[in-house]
Design a protein around this ligand. Structure first.
Ligand code: UT7
Length: 326
C-alpha cells in the first residue's frame, strides 16, 4: 500500500502588488526585480485576512477535487511559518471551521520545505495504517513578516495557500514513491525572523529593532539553493532508477527564476518541464509547491501517469524532495 494525492486545491488573496507598486515603497525598479528574480507581481492579504483564511479555501478545493467530506478527514497538517498566532495551531483553527471534527491537527515549521515535510508526515501516517485521509495544507501570509522598508527582501515574497488530500492506493505503480528530507541547522541565520518567539519576545525594543521581520542573506542563500536543489532532484530519482528523461514535471519551490534555470541547466532538464508561477505569485514559502502543483493539475499538464518531482529549499536550512507517479 502507498499513499497518493487524491485531490489538490489552492487560493491566493485578491490584492495584486506589482513591481510598480513596490517602486513607490523602496528604491527598486521593475527591471531589477524581473531580471534578478523573475517576479512581476505577488498577492497580499486584505486587513484581517489570516493564514487560516487562505488555508481553509485551498483545503475546501482539495477536498472537493478528492471527493472527500471534511468529516472523513483523520488528520490535518498545516505547513506554515506565518500561522494566525503562536498558540493554538493554525491546523486546529482550520479543523473547527472545516467541521472536520474527527481529525487530529498540528502545524509543521520547515519554512519553504514545509509542504514536502508535511507530505512526508502524511505519507508515514498513511503507510503505517494509522490514518486513511490526511489533509495537508501549506498557507503563508509572508506579508505579515515582510519589512516594507527593506528592498533586499520585500520584493521577493507573496501570500497564498495550497492543499492536497492524501489517501491510500493499492495500485502498484502510482502514488508517492519516496520523499527525502534534509536540514543543516548550522546555517539557521541565513534566513530568519529573529523576534516574536521566546528568544526575543514581543517588546517595544524588539519592534524598534525590526526583529519581527524576515532577514535573509540572499546571495549566500542563492548559491546553496542551486547546489542543494540539484542534489535533491538527483537523490529523488536514484532509488527508482529513473533519469531526467523520465520526469514529466519538476514542481520546485519558487524562490528565484535564476535559481531554477541554474538547477535545470545542471540537471540537463528543459525549462519546459519546470512548473513556474513565481512571476505571478513571488515566493510564497511553504505554499509555493502546492500552489504550482494545483495550477498544473487544473491546467491538465499533470495527468494520471505523469511522473512528478517536487524539490524545495529554504530556511533552517532545509531541503527536501519527493517523487509522485500521478
Ligand atoms: O525561499 C527561501 C530561499 N530563498 C532564496 O532562495 C533566495 C535566494 N536569493 C536570491 O534570490 C537573490 O540573492 C536575491 C534576489 C535576494 C538578490 O539577488 P542577487 O543577485 O543575489 O543580488 P545581491 O544581493 O548580490 O545584490 C546586488 C545589488 C546590491 O547592490 P550593490 O551592493 O551591488 O550596490 C543590492 O543592494 O542589488 C541591490 N539590490 C537591489 N537593487 C534594486 C538588492 N535588492 C534590490 C532591489 N532593487 N530590490
Amino acid at each position: 500500500m502507498r499513499s497518493h494525492i487524491l485531490g489538490t486545491g489552492s487560493y491566493v488573496p485578491k490584492q495584486v502588488l506589482t513591481n510598480a507598486d513596490l517602486e513607490q515603497l523602496v528604491d527598486t525598479s521593475d527591471s531589477w526585480i524581473v531580471e534578478r528574480t523573475g517576479i512581476r507581481e505577488r498577492r497580499k492579504v486584505a486587513p484581517g485576512e489570516a493564514c487560516s483564511d487562505l488555508g481553509i479555501r485551498a483545503a475546501q478545493q482539495a477536498l472537493a477535487a478528492a471527493n472527500i467530506q471534511s468529516a472523513d478527514v483523520d488528520l490535518i497538517i498545516v505547513a506554515t511559518c506565518t500561522g494566525d498566532s503562536p498558540l493554538p495551531s493554525t491546523a486546529s483553527l482550520i479543523q473547527y471551521r472545516l467541521g472536520a471534527s474527527r481529525a487530529a491537527a498540528f502545524d509543521i515549521s520547515a519554512a519553504c520545505c514545509g509542504f514536502v515535510y508535511a507530505l512526508s508526515a502524511a505519507d508515514a501516517f498513511i503507510r503505517s495504517g494509522q490514518y486513511r485521509h490526511v489533509l495537508v495544507i501549506a498557507s503563508e501570509v509572508m506579508s505579515s513578516v515582510t519589512d516594507w522598508t527593506d528592498r533586499n527582501t520585500c520584493v521577493l515574497f507573496g501570500d497564498g495557500a495550497g492543499a492536497v488530500v492524501v489517501g491510500r492506493t493499492e495500485e502498484e505503480d502510482r502514488g508517492l514513491l519516496s520523499v527525502h528530507l534534509h536540514a543543516d541547522g548550522r546555517l539557521s541565520d541565513l534566513i530568519c525572523v529573529p523576534g516574536g518567539g521566546s528568544s526575543f519576545p514581543a517588546s517595544e525594543s524588539m519592534l524598534a529593532e525590526r526583529l519581527q521581520y524576515v532577514k535573509m542573506r540572499g546571495n549566500e542563500t542563492f548559491k546553496i539553493a542551486v547546489k542543494t536543489m540539484e542534489e535533491a532532484v538527483r537523490e529523488a530519482l536514484a532509488p527508482h532508477n529513473l533519469t531526467m528523461d523520465d520526469i514529466d514535471y519538476l514542481v520546485p519551490h519558487q524562490a528565484n527564476i535564476r535559481i531554477l534555470k541554474a538547477v535545470g541547466q545542471r540537471l540537463g532538464l528543459s525549462m519546459e518541464k519546470v512548473v513556474l508561477n513565481l512571476d505571478r505569485f513571488g515566493n510564497t514559502s511553504a505554499a509555493s509547491i502546492p500552489l504550482a502543483l494545483d495550477e498544473a493539475v487544473r491546467a491538465g499538464q499533470i495527468r494520471p501517469g505523469s511522473l512528478i518531482v517536487l524539490a524545495a529549499f529554504g530556511a533552517g536550512l532545509t531541503w527536501a524532495s519527493g517523487v509522485v507517479r500521478w
